[in-house]
Ligand binder design. Structure first.
Ligand code: UD1
Length: 447
């Protein structure tokens, strides 16, 4: 999406109604990569056609997989029996760091993986040092030449892996490599995000042997082979969060019958603390939020699951800008994830940043402005702020929005908001192709 594209958000009345959720982007990306562990045709349903997913599909195609994506039906079929390559190029890697998730499955399948480095990242440095360090413990050697990271393993061997931080990506990569590694691999201090569970469930369907033990240990017993699967991706808790917050910031009421409330406990707790009414369905399935007219300030720290998710930090901050009192938001998972503050300030928010903390003094009104999205979740925060702001908000940097969400602008509009993706003529055609057609060829033409 070129820079001249933008999203126009108008001050909106209450966001209210019931809405279906699409599958979780963060679950589907790794699950697509995990199909490299199998040889044959798998079928995934509830797959969002967001740009990151299209990138992951492109990655699979460059490795030789045959892909059919019925975008309108959200059905993805991938045949991995034709995969013959183990090279992930810079064009894909630079657009989406999650491409690193192909490394574990490629090592398990071929004993080798050539993966371009994310921009400016050298071996041993963040953000993939946990992946590399622990692959080394499983017998992988690395040769970094030019822009590529060349990983080789005569034979992967099992080990007791201790993560110094419960990294989601590193946990997923090690699990996938270990599924086909003879013997028992143990991951201590593993990430246990719902998307990691979803991956484990898919791998079990493929025939993998994986157990989870308290407090955060994952035990993988390698098997000789895994088989293709048919699987429905879990509903996206981050899309659910965005829709609940849209109701909260506009004083509306939203019901999400598929939302998995028990994967969002701390977030929901904070919404209740603000004064919003939260109703949870039987067995934790289904969430309704009825907004209070007098939202109160609340404070929180982001943390690995089951703590407050970093991916809902910026959207929640947008809502706190209009709450009564002072909120303190501390970002502990990522460095430098408060760039949205400057944009919210342009809209009249009163926020002060001290290191990784944002101190938010609630104001009565926000005002429409020209703002720039700096990452996927920041784009969501700015759209939410725009719904409540007086006048019009114009948000550029919308490739972040389309990377992470499929059709959330349309969902918000259906619920009473005014959120319009405005693109140039050429882009409009491509957007049309993406949303209106169901054939793999047409959808793939976008990439
Ligand atoms: C995943 C999610 C992302 C979410 C994040 C935390 C996907 C595609 N993305 O990202 O939306 O915000 O989990 O819940 O699933 N780190 C290192 N070295 C490493 C790996 C990570 O220092 O080798 C650091 C990161 O810079 C970050 C922290 O660890 O500060 C957490 O990162 P991680 O859990 O790995 O996040 P991702 O898997 O990249």
């Amino acid at each position: 999406m070129p820079d001249r594209a933008y999203i126009a958000i108008e001050h909106s009345q209450e966001i209210s109604g019931s809405m279906e959720l699409i599958g979780a982007k963060n679950a589907v990306l790794v699950i697509i990569a995990s199909l490299l562990l199998t040889r044959g045709k798998s079928r995934l349903t509830n797959v969002p056609a967001s740009d990151d997913v299209l990138q992951m599909i492109k990655l699979m195609q460059t490795l030789g997989a045959e892909v059919f994506f019925y975008a309108q039906e959200h059905v993805l079929e991938i045949d991995t029996s034709t995969v013959t390559k183990w090279h992930v190029g810079a064009d894909i890697m630079k657009k989406m760091r999650a491409s690193i998730l192909a490394m574990g499955p490629l090592l398990a399948r071929f004993g080798k993986a050539d993966v371009a480095l994310p921009g400016g990242c050298a071996i041993g440095e963040r953000p993939i040092d946990y992946h590399l360090k622990n692959f080394k413990k499983m017998g992988v050697s690395f040769d970094e030449s030019a822009d590529y990271l060349s990983a080789r393993a005569e034979l992967l061997h099992p080990n007791r892996i201790v993560l110094e931080y419960p990294s989601v990506g590193a946990t997923e990569n090690i699990i996938m490599a270990a599924t086909l590694t003879p013997g028992i691999t143990t991951i201590i201090n593993a990430a246990l995000e719902p998307e990691v569970y979803n991956l484990i469930e898919v791998l079990r369907h493929m025939g993998a042997r994986i157990n989870i033990e308290a407090p955060a240990t994952i035990i993988i017993e390698g098997v000789a082979s895994l088989h293709p699967v048919e699987y429905a991706i879990i509903p996206d808790r981050l899309e659910a969060g965005a829709l609940l917050l849209a109701a909260a910031i506009t004083g509306g009421s939203v019901s999400l019958p598929q939302a998995q409330a028990y994967s969002m406990d701390v977030f929901l707790l904070k919404l209740e603390e603000m004064g919003h009414e939260i109703i949870i369905g039987p067995q934790g399935i289904g969430i309704t939020l009825k907004a209070t007219k007098y939202p109160k300030a609340v404070s929180f720290k982001t943390a690995p699951y089951p703590g407050f998710p970093t991916d809902l930090q910026s959207p929640m901050m947008a809502v706190l800008c209009l709450a009564e009192g002072t909120s303190i938001v501390e970002e502990t998972v990522f460095e430098n994830r408060l760039l949205h503050v400057r944009e919210l300030q342009k809209m009249g928010a009163q926020i002060k940043v001290e290191h990784n903390k944002a101190i938010i003094h609630g104001v009565e009104k926000l005002y429409g402005a020209s703002v720039i999205a700096t990452d996927i979740r920041a784009s969501c925060a700015l759209v939410l702020a725009g719904l409540a702001a007086q006048g019009s908000t114009i948000m550029t940097g919308i490739h972040h929005w389309t990377r992470g969400y499929e059709g959330l602008d349309q969902k918000l509009t259906l619920l009473g908001g005014s959120v319009k993706v405005c693109a140039s003529h050429d882009d409009a055609e491509l957007l049309y192709t993406k949303s209106e057609t169901g054939t793999s060829d047409q959808v793939m033409s976008r990439n």
